[in-house]
Design a protein around this ligand. Structure first.
Ligand SMILES: [Zn+2]
Length: 269
């Protein structure tokens, strides 16, 4: 039997259609496999970063530093430990501006010299080509004594950046219950606390209080920039900012020493 042209075309169309159908089915399976893989990888990494399973500790230790470099991955995997947002603050790579939100409470706000310090780049630690500016905000209903649960709650409220502007937060609270002499503490990767009452109780001298506040800001900013404590004496990053003994009140460092600046540089290289 002879095929007419019409029949021939019908046959061709039928073949093409069945090939497309088969391809679509394969693509569907491929997409499904990709979704399953991504979901598995996400769950595995999320668990490694956020839960304390010892078999996953290695994954956390090895991959966490790389993941925290990316703003997107930091958010996706809830990476929020002090120092993990260092890249947002130290350089101009991702963000050219810095907004520092100062949350005053019924316990007060920061002193004018502290605001000047922040505006000028916190003792040379922060460089932003389009500037640094302080925005004063209010935090209501803060208890006089706070514990870790309260600070964790502050830390969980991760700031929303706008385009080129990174945000750092400073909370002015009263006293840290577990250690009432502590003058400062980091609150996650994006902020820190100043314990106003602890500073005021360290000395009656206003200029000493101002210096202690500056030391606290430098110290906690150092932590947000990825620096751990140093052994170097007389340096801001030397030890946990605590109420110094009476003798040390005359020797409060209000600038970063060479070792502090070197440690900040090293942590960000
Ligand atoms: Zn410290």
């Amino acid at each position: 039997m002879k095929l007419k042209i019409n029949d021939f075309c019908r046959l061709q169309v039928f073949d093409v259609l069945s090939i497309i159908k088969l391809m679509l089915k394969k693509i569907q399976i491929l997409i499904l496999l990709i979704i399953i893989f991504v979901a598995f990888a996400f769950t595995f990494l999320y668990a490694s970063f956020n839960f304390n399973f010892s078999p996953l500790k290695q994954v956390n230790d090895n991959f966490r530093p790389y993941f925290s470099e990316s703003f997107f991955l930091r958010r996706t995997f809830k990476l929020n430990q002090s120092g993990e947002a260092k890249g947002d603050y130290y350089s101009n790579k991702q963000f050219t501006k810095l907004k520092v939100e100062v949350y005053s409470t019924s316990f007060g706000t920061i002193y004018a010299p502290s605001i000047d310090l922040i505006n000028e780049g916190t003792g040379g630690a922060i460089n932003k080509s389009e500037g640094i500016f302080v925005e004063e905000k209010k935090l209501e209903d803060v208890p006089e004594k706070v514990d870790d649960a309260f600070i964790d709650k502050l830390a969980d409220d991760i700031p929303r950046y706008s385009k080129n502007t990174a945000i750092m937060r400073i909370y002015i609270l009263s006293t840290y219950e577990p250690k009432p002499t502590l003058t400062g503490l980091t609150a996650g990767a994006y902020g820190f606390v100043i314990f106003k009452k602890s500073i005021e109780e360290a000395s009656k001298d206003l200029s000493v209080q101002k210096d202690l506040e500056i030391e606290t800001i430098l110290h906690e900013t150092g932590h947000l920039l990825g620096v751990k404590h140093l052994d170097s004496e007389g340096c801001v990053m030397n030890k946990i900012v605590d109420v110094p003994s009476t003798g040390r009140l005359n020797l409060i460092p209000t600038t970063y020493c060479f070792d502090d600046l070197q440690a900040i540089k090293d942590a960000n290289s």
